[in-house]
Design a protein around this ligand. Structure first.
Ligand code: RIB
Length: 306
């Protein structure tokens, strides 16, 4: 298939119902705290990234699994409302994935995920493979079984599409998977864990040598880009007051993938993604905080004028 005939961003990933408790500080072991508020929001790294790609303007397809339960019905509506093609989302007897999230007074979060239906996505079917073969960009995370992540990466790499992996939550990655990636996106913690060093520079250098291009996101400090094993640039983040950082990394990844699918170069895609992520931390919740294209473009214009 020619590159012109490929379209959009396909996400193979997780979908969760997030249960978010807002507290002044995270409780200590054995301690009980009263929360300021509790709420449920659609989430899951895969679904957050799919919503981010769609709101950034990409034709987006989501491949994943949800249960037949009420949470699954809410997430199916989220997929439809965002204009994401959800025809390859499986409905399973297993319960929809859930995430228990504690957001502290500085907007930082801690998350525990019960995978549920996400863990049942162990194989790609013929219809999944056909969709992947025509995708311009594949974007994945690590909340689905690793085998399916490897299969999807190999499929899209073979078909000539762009493969992006956000290695979250971090785990050791097989060399074959790394070789199929065009872009690896990690935060500081993930870089150190996968790069095998507590020193971020050393870990980043190790990782950069294993993939074509690497993005290490640094939260409020922006991100560092590596290409062909060496540092290729730094992107500064705008100064904002965060209320909830949940899903900021996902917003970065989805917006980045949308920009790459549109033909943006590495640095421009990272700038676009940084603007999107900075907007997302100013709103509580994962999916509710994902900005749309007009808001991202407006934020970029303000920055270039300033
Ligand atoms: O990255 C944030 C996401 O991680 C949350 O939405 C939660 O569901 C977990 O997957």
């Amino acid at each position: 298939m020619s590159n012109e005939a490929r379209a959009g961003v396909t996400i193979v990933g997780s979908a969760n119902m997030d249960i978010v408790f807002t507290v002044e500080r995270t409780p200590l072991p054995g301690e009980t705290l009263l929360a300021e508020s509790a709420a449920r929001f659609p989430g899951g790294k895969g679904l957050n990234q799919a919503v981010a790609a769609a709101r950034a303007g990409a034709a987006t397809r989501f491949i994943g699994a949800i249960g037949h339960d009420e949470n699954g019905t809410v997430l199916a509506a989220t997929i439809a409302d965002a204009g994401i093609a959800g025809d390859l989302v499986r409905r399973t007897p297993a319960p929809t994935g859930q995430a228990f999230i504690v957001v502290d007074g500085s907007g930082e979060n801690t998350i525990i995920v019960a995978s549920g239906a996400n863990a049942t996505v162990t194989e790609l079917g013929p219809a999944d493979r056909a969709a992947l073969d025509s995708a311009a960009v594949l974007l994945m995370q690590l909340e689905l079984p690793l085998g399916v992540v490897r299969s999807a990466a190999a499929e899209v790499h073979r078909a000539g599409g762009v493969v992006i992996l956000n290695a979250a939550p971090a785990q050791e990655l097989p060399r074959e998977l790394l070789a199929d990636l065009d872009y690896l996106i990690v935060n500081e913690h993930e870089a150190c864990l996968i790069g095998g060093s507590e020193d971020l520079d050393a870990a980043s250098t190790t990782l950069a040598a294993l993939v074509d291009r690497l993005v290490v996101t640094l939260g409020a400090a922006g991100s560092v880009l590596f290409a062909d094993g060496i540092e290729a640039g730094r992107i500064a983040a705008p100064r904002v007051d965060p209320v909830d950082t949940t899903g900021a990394g996902d917003t970065f990844c989805g917006a980045f993938a949308a920009a790459i699918a549109e033909g943006a170069d590495f640095a421009d895609a990272a700038r676009f993604a940084t603007a999107a992520a900075a907007l997302s931390v100013q709103v509580v919740g994962a999916v509710p905080s994902v900005p749309d294209r007009s808001a991202i473009d407006a934020a970029l214009e303000v920055r270039s004028a300033g």
